[in-house]
Design a protein around this ligand. Structure first.
Ligand SMILES: C=CC1=C(C)c2cc3[nH]c(cc4nc(cc5[nH]c(cc1n2)c(C)c5CCC(=O)O)C(CCC(=O)O)=C4C)c(C)c3C=C
Ligand SMILES: [Fe+2]
Ligand SMILES: [Fe+2]
Length: 374
């Protein structure tokens, strides 16, 4: 049987594999190396995404290729070089560790039929290659879980675009479900609180807790993006969970790119202004980043730290992202299982061996009847 050129499909595979469900974690993606040569294709893909940059296409193409891709790769490569490890980019290794830990957690709760895969929105492994591989391995039900607790069209929306584009190319797409956001999930809030409390137990408390979220242009929020509200809700729930008075907690937005107004207050300006207001000791948490990356390790823990100390601050502590810590893994497992309710593979007590045996029997009968794989 020859494959169609238009749609991706695999003849006969449903007979050969026991049915499976999978959780597809999607993170942003990261360059292959901390070099300008590796940054250029990464930034070109990222910044050509119409979900990320909502400008007229012709105008943006001119700015992107005329200015940004000439200057930014070298600057960004320098920043990446400061956080790169022998194993590679922290975003990649952290996301892989999280996927592995979630796989182990789900395997313990539902032995057999649940798998976890990781894809990147930009760069590799792409959403497309990962979904096709899962399908080839027998996955018929797919839960898409973008690693962005707060929904934004620029992050979550774009990850869903990549899934939709992939599904469009499949002859027989898997059954799909999607986690839109988990900004108020009790397990996520509890995991954040546990991380802060563990940090305090080791290092003591700062005078303020700064919650820094990745920024987006204000224009997008005005147009209906719920991101700002979800960040504020996460901050409020975390503040309550920690039992902190509101005045102790500051919400700010980091990583602005370009000249237009983004969500305010800006993290860097806030950090620089605090010492003059009498705040000399600061804890910073970035609740919107599931794993540590350039934006937390370099921008916050290096750049903003230096800025705070230069401005007269005395103690600056960055509290790590949730990464593959057990409370985070448990929260994501609960989130995933809630979203997979009704799928037989996710039901407690599902008998994977029996399902596989049924599959083999179906294949035997199909072959005996002479209608296997046409
Ligand atoms: C220019 C527009 C950008 C928007 C809008 C934006 C939103 C956004 N980003 C994240 C998460 C991450 N962004 C990261 C890096 C990064 N972000 C932008 C630009 C926008 N992001 C750029 C150009 C870069 C690359 C680095 C640089 O050149 O500065 C990362 C880290 C990636 C890594 O490799 O470590 C993450 C994570 C979210 C959640 C978001 C909207 C809510
Ligand atoms: Fe970003
Ligand atoms: Fe940045």
């Amino acid at each position: 049987m020859s494959a169609s050129s238009r749609y991706v499909g695999l003849a006969g595979y449903t007979h050969d594999r026991p049915p499976q469900a999978a959780v597809l974690l999607v993170n942003l993606g990261t360059p292959e190396a901390p070099t300008a040569a590796a940054l250029r294709p990464y930034l070109a893909e990222f910044l050509s995404d119409p979900r990320v940059i909502e400008y007229p296409r012709w105008l943006w193409r001119a700015i992107l290729h005329g200015v940004i891709l000439r200057l930014r790769p070298r600057r960004s490569a320098h920043a990446y070089a400061r956080i790169w490890t022998p194993q590679g980019s922290p975003l990649r290794t952290g996301s892989e560790a999280l996927a592995k830990a979630l796989g182990a957690e789900l395997a313990q709760r539902r032995p057999g039929p649940l798998r976890v895969a990781l894809a990147m929105r930009y760069g590799t492994p792409s959403v497309r290659e990962t979904v096709i591989r899962l399908q080839q391995e027998g996955v018929r039900r797919l839960l898409v879980l973008p690693l962005y607790p707060q929904y934004s069209a620029t992050s979550t929306g774009s990850a869903l675009d990549a899934v939709a584009d992939t599904v469009k190319a499949l002859r027989w797409p898997p059954e799909l479900r999607v986690v839109n956001d988990y900004h108020d999930h009790p397990g996520y809030i509890a995991a954040l609180a546990a991380g802060v409390e563990a940090h305090w137990a080791l290092h003591g408390r700062g005078e303020r807790l700064l919650l820094s979220f990745h920024g987006i242009p204000r224009r997008y929020v005005r147009a209906g993006d719920p991101y700002y509200c979800q960040c504020q809700a996460t901050a409020r729930l975390l503040t309550e969970k920690l039992g902190l008075p509101r005045e102790r907690v500051i919400v700010a937005f980091q990583s602005r790119v370009g000249r237009e107004r983004w969500l305010e207050p800006y993290t860097d300006a806030t950090v620089k202004a605090l010492p003059a207001q009498g705040v000399k000791s600061l804890d910073v948490l970035c609740p919107g980043f599931a794993v540590d990356c350039l934006e937390t390790l370099e921008e916050i823990a290096m750049q903003n730290r230096e800025e705070f100390l230069t401005a007269g601050g005395e103690r600056f502590h960055y509290i790590p992202a949730l990464n593959d810590t057990p409370p985070h893994v448990r929260a994501l497992a609960e989130l995933a299982l809630t979203h997979m309710q009704g799928w037989p593979e996710a039901a407690p007590g599902y008998d994977h061996a029996a399902a596989a045996a049924r599959q083999i029997e179906a294949k035997r009968r199909a072959e005996a009847a002479g209608h296997d794989a046409a």
